[in-house]
Ligand binder design. Structure first.
Ligand SMILES: C[S@@+](CC[C@H](N)C(=O)[O-])C[C@H]1O[C@@H](n2cnc3c(N)ncnc32)[C@H](O)[C@@H]1O
Length: 331
C-alpha cells in the first residue's frame, strides 16, 4: 500500500507496516505524511480517546506561543529536539516570518522525519536538520551543522515539545542530558518542555499506552514532579502572568494562553488527556564566566564543559547522531 504514498520523502529501508508515533501525530494534525499502519493505530487511539486529537493541536499551539515568547525575549536561535514531521507552523516559519535572520536546527531520531525535513528545508536558509537521538548531547552539540548554525554564546531556545514521553530513561539520567544541552548555553537561554503525565488512570490511558507499545517509541508517562525535575535548577517562568500564578507546570493550553485560541479548544479541565499534558519553560540563569572563557575567540559553538562519552551506557537503546557529511550546504 505504501508504494504510491512514499515518493520522494521515505528512505527505502523503512518498515512501513509498523505504526510510528511521528506519523500518527501527523495524522492527528491532519497531515498527509502517514501510512496505513499509522492511520489504523491513530484511529484506534481516537476510538478510545478522541481527546488525543485536541491534545495534539493544543500542544502545537503551545509550541507556537513558546517560540513567540522566546522571540519576544530577543532570542533568535532555536534547537528543536524531536521536531517531528514538518507541518503547518514549523518553528522556522514562526521565527523567520518575524526575523529572517533567525536560525533553527531540527533534530529527530526518525529517518523518515529527517528525510522529509531535508526536502522541505532544501531552499530555506538558516534552518537545517540532523538525525540524532536527543540522549546524545555530545553528538548533537558537536555536529557540523549545529556548530555552523547555533552560537551558544548567544541565548538559544531548546525545544523538547511532546517528545520526552517517547524517550526511555530514568529522570535523573534525562535531567543530566538536558543539563548537558543547557550548560554551554548563554544566560537567558530557554528550555521548553511539554510532556504527558498519567493524571488519570483510565482504561483509555491503558489502551493508548498499549497501542504506542507497538511503535518503535513506546510511551513513558512521567509525573508532574518528575517532569519538573527534568528542568534541574533552571528557574521556571510564570505560566500566566495575568493570574499571578506561581511559576511551575500547567496543562499545555494554560501556558500563557492566547484568548483567540481558547475558543477552539476544550478547556483542559474537561479533558483528562489535556489536563495531564503538562508544559513548562525554564530559563538558564547561570553566569557565563566559565563557558565564555572556554569559547572566547571561537566563531562557532564550542561548548566549554566536558560531555559524556558517546557510547553512553545509560541509554542502551539510544541512536547516535549521524556525524557524516552535512546534509547539504544550502547557503
Ligand atoms: C509527537 S512528535 C512531536 C513533534 C513536535 N515536537 C511537536 O510537538 O509538534 C515526537 C517526535 O519525537 C521524535 N523522537 C522520539 N524519540 C526521540 C529521541 N530519542 N530523540 C530524538 N527524537 C525523538 C519522534 O521521531 C517524533 O518525530
Amino acid at each position: 500500500m505504501a508504494g504510491a504514498e512514499t515518493a520522494g520523502w521515505t528512505p527505502p529501508d523503512i518498515d512501513l507496516s509498523r505504526p510510528n508515533a511521528a506519523r500518527m501525530y501527523d495524522f492527528f494534525l491532519g497531515g498527509a505524511h502517514n501510512f496505513d499502519a499509522d492511520r489504523r493505530a491513530a484511529l484506534a487511539v481516537l476510538e478510545v480517546a478522541p481527546q488525543v486529537r485536541d491534545a495534539a493541536w493544543a500542544n502545537r499551539r503551545f509550541l507556537r506561543r513558546a517560540v513567540q515568547y522566546a522571540l519576544d525575549q530577543g532570542i533568535r536561535q532555536f534547537l528543536d529536539l524531536g521536531s517531528g514531521i514538518p507541518t503547518r507552523g514549523n518553528v522556522h516559519d514562526i521565527v523567520q516570518v518575524a526575523h529572517p535572520d533567525g536560525r533553527v536546527l531540527y533534530v529527530d531520531a526518525d529517518p523518515v522525519v529527517v528525510k522529509h525535513a531535508q526536502v522541505l528545508l532544501n531552499d530555506v536558509g538558516g534552518a537545517e536538520v540532523i538525525e540524532a537521538d536527543l540522549r546524545d548531547p555530545a553528538g548533537i552539540l558537536g555536529h557540523d551543522l549545529t556548530r555552523r548554525l547555533i552560537d551558544f554564546r548567544e541565548p538559544v531556545t531548546v525545544l523538547l515539545v511532546s517528545v520526552l514521553h517517547f524517550v526511555s530513561g530514568a529522570v535523573d539520567e534525562l535531567a543530566a542530558v538536558l543539563d548537558e544541552l543547557m550548560r554551554p548555553a548563554a544566560p537567558g537561554s530557554l528550555l521548553v518542555i511539554s510532556h504527558a503525565s498519567p493524571t488519570t488512570t483510565t482504561d483509555a490511558t491503558e489502551t493508548v499506552t498499549e497501542l504506542y507499545a507497538r511503535t518503535p517509541t513506546p510511551l513513558h508517562l512521567r509525573s508532574a514532579h518528575d517532569i519538573r525535575a527534568l528542568f534541574g535548577n533552571l528557574d521556571l517562568i510564570t505560566p500566566d502572568p495575568q493570574l499571578a500564578q506561581p511559576a511551575g507546570l500547567v496543562p499545555v493550553d494554560a501556558w500563557r494562553p492566547d484568548p483567540t485560541e481558547q475558543q477552539q479548544l476544550p478547556a483542559s479541565a474537561n479533558s483528562p488527556f489535556l489536563a495531564g499534558f503538562l508544559a513548562g519553560v525554564g530559563r538558564n540563569p547561570r553566569p557565563a564566566a566559565a563557558d565564555t572563557a572556554a569559547t572566547a575567540g571561537s566563531a562557532a559553538n564550542t561548548p566549554g564543559t566536558p560531555l559524556r562519552p558517546r557510547n553512553d551506557a545509560r541509554f542502551p537503546d539510544r541512536q547516535r547522531a549521524r556525524t557524516g557529511a552535512p546534509v547539504a550546504a544550502r547557503r
